[in-house]
Design a protein around this ligand. Structure first.
Ligand code: TXA
Ligand code: MG
Length: 349
């Protein structure tokens, strides 16, 4: 398949490009497009064949449901048969934005989109391109992150092309995404809303709006827990080389990563490090280093994490030592993704 490639301005998107992309969606094709979180792989979410093409392009397991992206709050009514007060409140407060809400679905939503679940995930993105594209297509757009299943989500169009060129109909390139980690997934079908995946809207922000929110950290870290967002059980975000995550205080992390890196270098290994700017300055120049930003700026770390993870794909290393960060605010989503990338290989100090 020949993938059409469009460069598009995110502030002033060319209407001709948007209508071309919307045409492709209406005809059942797959288009990668930017959102404020990560690039999405979009198709008509009500068309089973179009949705099947997404699973095919990503190599995604069929039991992992998709998020339906909409352009207006009123579009929820066709997709959800019940909108509880907590969901209404979240929509009013954080939509458009990086928040996905789980609701009971209507019959309009096909089984393949929800992987047979009785619930549906819905998001109204903040990205102007995303919303105008969905509006023009005139259908809810099912869109997982635009990576091959298991790889880090793409936060720029070059990363989308690396995974999807030749596999989908078109790519819209509007430069890097602002947030860089995916949306927060909140289940509003339970008496107390529960965070199924931490993301761009933080626990603190949800608590401010709702008061009570369930956040079971263990469910997002322990390997043996059955996660409630089906996608959370799969290995994700993993670079090609094994990655070992080091967690602890700043001083503990630095000391341990230095020790581990030195020992691995001495034994003749090619060593990678995924670290903060502060820790990078202590490391030997023999270490292949990707810096995700300064510890003081969680927002910048979120925006750069996946690009830094993908860096190691082109710089062959035998193993990677990664530095954890403080688990507050956006730090929860960042640590959740780093733990998954490490596939449970964690040194806790
Ligand atoms: O920021 C984002 O959410 C991006 C952009 C493109 O919008 N999309 C994204 O989609 O991250 P994806 O497919 O990579 O992740 C969707 C997550 C998965 O963990 C999936 O299992 C969960 O949402 N999910 C979808 N439908 C669900 C449902 N009905 N119940 C529980 N979890 C659901
Ligand atoms: Mg994904």
């Amino acid at each position: 398949m020949n993938t059409e490639y469009f460069v598009i301005d995110r502030e002033h998107p060319d209407p001709l490009i948007l209508s071309r992309a919307a045409d492709i969606l209406r005809r059942g094709g797959v288009v990668a497009f930017p959102t404020e979180t990560v690039y999405g792989l979009g198709a008509n979410g009500l068309d089973e064949q179009a949705v099947a093409a997404i699973y095919q392009a990503k190599g995604r397991p069929a039991d992992n449901p998709l998020i339906l992206h909409i352009a207006h709050v009123r579009d929820v009514e066709k997709l959800a048969r019940e909108i509880p007060p907590c969901a209404k409140l979240l929509m009013d407060t954080y939509w458009p934005g990086p928040l996905t809400i789980i609701l009971k679905r209507t019959n309009a939503v096909p089984d393949c989109t929800t992987a047979g679940l009785d619930t549906v995930a819905i998001r109204l993105p903040a990205s102007r391109i995303a919303r105008e594209l969905i509006q023009l297509a005139g259908v809810p757009v099912a869109a997982p992150s635009a990576n091959t299943s298991g790889r880090p989500s793409p936060t720029n169009a070059a990363d989308v092309r690396a995974d999807m060129d030749g596999r989908i109909d078109a790519i819209l390139d509007a430069g890097p995404c602002d947030i860089g980690v995916e949306s927060t997934v909140v289940d509003c079908t339970t008496p107390v809303p529960a965070i199924l995946r931490p993301g761009g809207i933080t626990l603190e922000m949800l608590q401010a709006a709702l008061g009570e929110v369930r956040w079971e950290k263990a469910a997002h870290t322990a390997e043996n827990e059955a996660p409630r967002a089906p996608g959370m059980k799969y290995t994700h975000y993993a670079p090609a080389a094994p990655m070992i995550l080091v967690e602890g205080t700043v001083a503990q992390r630095q000391k341990k990563i230095l020790e581990l890196a030195e020992a691995a270098l001495t034994s003749g290994k090619r060593v990678g490090a995924l670290v903060s700017a502060e820790t990078a300055s202590c490391l030997s120049t023999a270490v292949v280093t990707a810096v995700y930003g300064s510890q003081a700026d969680l927002k910048a770390i979120g925006a750069r994490l996946y690009t830094a993870l993908r860096y190691f794909d082109n710089h062959h290393v035998d193993l990677i030592f990664a530095e954890g960060i403080e688990e507050k605010g956006l730090g929860r989503a960042i640590m959740n993704r780093m733990r998954k990338a490490a596939g449970g290989q964690i040194v806790k100090l």
